[in-house]
Design a binder for this molecule. Structure first.
Ligand SMILES: Cc1cc2nc3c(=O)[nH]c(=O)nc-3n(C[C@H](O)[C@H](O)[C@H](O)COP(=O)(O)OP(=O)(O)OC[C@H]3O[C@@H](n4cnc5c(N)ncnc54)[C@H](O)[C@@H]3O)c2cc1C
Length: 436
């Protein structure tokens, strides 16, 4: 083991490296990050292969973006024939399949995963929105998704509390569904923990990965307490933190790359006891699709769902302010104000009153500049697979991503979904930094 090169992440607290255990641990696959992506990969590996798995997290599942997520598992806001379309369809199918499997075992998917087939409404207010929504409806139908364009009058019947004005319209996608990210993560964790007694699974929580272990290929990871070796693969699923963690190995091996993930902060209001709001569908403002370039100032596009516990979830903001966990009163106020435009029943609700019984979630979506998750091997880093960059769609894409990663680990010749659009090859940003 002494011939292994230890590569220290630049953001490591050096004193933490002192506690390396005597006996190194070995697993087939080591996953860094126990958000919804890391958990789902561990679950898929344990359920469908004989490989052993270690799951490492700096904190605990749901400490990252996953804990803040709203839970859409939708196709209605997507466009067929885009690069992520097949992955999104497959992933939605896998969530539905999981829910059905639970039902068949006598468990309620609503209680276990927060899974509900509510259908979705992607709504707009202007004539321009209506044209675009009508076009997208046609494309969805051609792509094999049941979808219907509704004008303002028809929308009133379908979702009486939603106000979009006379020129408003929406796409109704009746088979869209939602999960509760925290319930789903907790269910998946419980399932993978069943593999602990056999020795096939071990979790290492509250143990940040601080170093990569390298000897002509990735050999494992060092946490602040021990070395954990991988026989086959290391999977980097540390969400918005993945880029800074990867930088140490790029630098040390003089690979001229940057994995340009950055945190895109989001707020979500969780309102309890709001009996005046009764929604039949998940709601999303059409402008959500256009919020690609929001900056330090929070861009807000309205979303609304009712979760498994009957709480009203109002989203959401997007801004680039680094890893800032502070609650921003102005952002929360704007989310509520904007929601009240579409849901007039909220008009007289003040934020302080809303927060009496409610709460706020803040998370950092793992953003990548080209808007496509990075799933696959990095050239020059044999054995290391990325599974990150899911930005605002990591919950919906989690099960499809997990299947894709397992297909890659097993070197399946005919993977269920073609992974090539997600390959990191050619998508890493050139770096001028070389501190090796
Ligand atoms: C307000 C909001 C609403 C959202 N709504 C939706 C939605 O409706 N539908 C949807 O599909 N998506 C939604 N998302 C996006 C979704 O939550 C994310 O895409 C998804 O959670 C990303 O999962 P992840 O596992 O990649 O990252 P994370 O959940 O962030 O997990 C990364 C993990 O890595 C760990 N970590 C960090 N550094 C280290 C280290 N050095 N060593 C070990 N572990 C480390 C962290 O502790 C964390 O647990 C929403 C996000 C936000 C913020």
């Amino acid at each position: 083991m002494s011939s292994l090169l230890t590569i220290t992440a630049t953001w490591t607290v050096a004193s933490e490296i002192a506690f390396v255990a005597d006996t190194p641990l070995e697993f087939d696959v080591v996953i860094v990050g126990a958000g919804i992506i890391g958990l789902s990969i561990a679950h898929r590996l344990l359920c469908t292969t004989n490989l052993s798995v270690a799951l490492v997290d700096a904190a605990r599942p749901c400490a990252g973006a996953t804990g803040a997520g709203q839970g859409y598992v939708w196709l209605g806001h997507r466009t067929p024939d885009t690069m992520a379309w097949n992955l999104a369809r497959r992933s939605k199918y896998l969530w539905e399949d999981l829910a059905q499997g639970l039902q068949a075992m006598g468990l309620d998917p609503l209680v276990t995963l927060g899974f509900k087939k509510t259908g979705s409404l992607l709504f707009g207010t202007s004539s321009e929105d209506a044209l675009a929504l009508e076009k997208t409806t046609e494309a969805l139908c051609k792509g094999g998704v049941q979808a219907e364009f509704l004008n303002s009058a028809a929308l009133k019947d379908v979702e009486p509390q939603l106000y979009v004005g006379a020129k408003g319209s929406a796409i109704l996608t009746p088979n869209d569904c939602q999960i509760d990210a925290q319930l789903a993560a907790s269910y998946i964790l419980g399932e993978i923990q069943k593999y602990c007694p056999s020795g096939r699974f071990q979790e290492f929580f509250d143990e940040p990965a601080v170093n990569f272990l390298w000897a002509s290929q990735i050999r494992g990871i060092q946490t602040n307490r021990r070395e954990i070796y991988c026989n086959k693969n290391l999977v980097m699923a540390a969400g918005a933190w993945s880029g800074q963690l990867m930088q140490s190995i790029f630098n040390r091996l003089s690979l001229p790359h940057v994995l340009a993930t950055k945190p895109r902060k989001g707020h979500l209001l969780v309102l309890e006891g709001l009996s005046k709001i009764s929604l039949k569908h998940g709601l999303m403002e059409y402008a959500y699709k256009g919020l690609e370039e929001s900056s330090v100032i929070a861009g807000i596009a309205s979303t609304a769902t009712v979760d498994a516990k009957g709480r009203v979830l109002l989203g959401s903001s997007r801004q680039f302010v680094g890893f800032d966990f502070n609650l921003q009163y102005d952002v929360m106020e704007n989310i509520l104000k904007k929601a009240a435009v579409y849901l007039p029943a909220l008009a007289n609700l003040h934020l302080s009153e809303a927060l009496n019984d409610g709460s706020v979630r803040v998370g950092h979506r793992p953003y990548v500049p080209d808007g496509r998750p990075m799933i696959g091997e990095v050239a020059g880093l044999e054995g290391l697979l990325l599974a990150t960059g899911h930005e605002g769609e990591g919950l919906s894409l989690a099960l499809g991503t997990a299947e894709m990663i397992v297909n890659l680990i097993l070197e399946e010749e005919e993977p269920v979904v073609d992974p090539s659009p997600f390959s990191p090859t050619g998508r890493l940003v050139p770096s001028r930094v070389n501190i090796s």
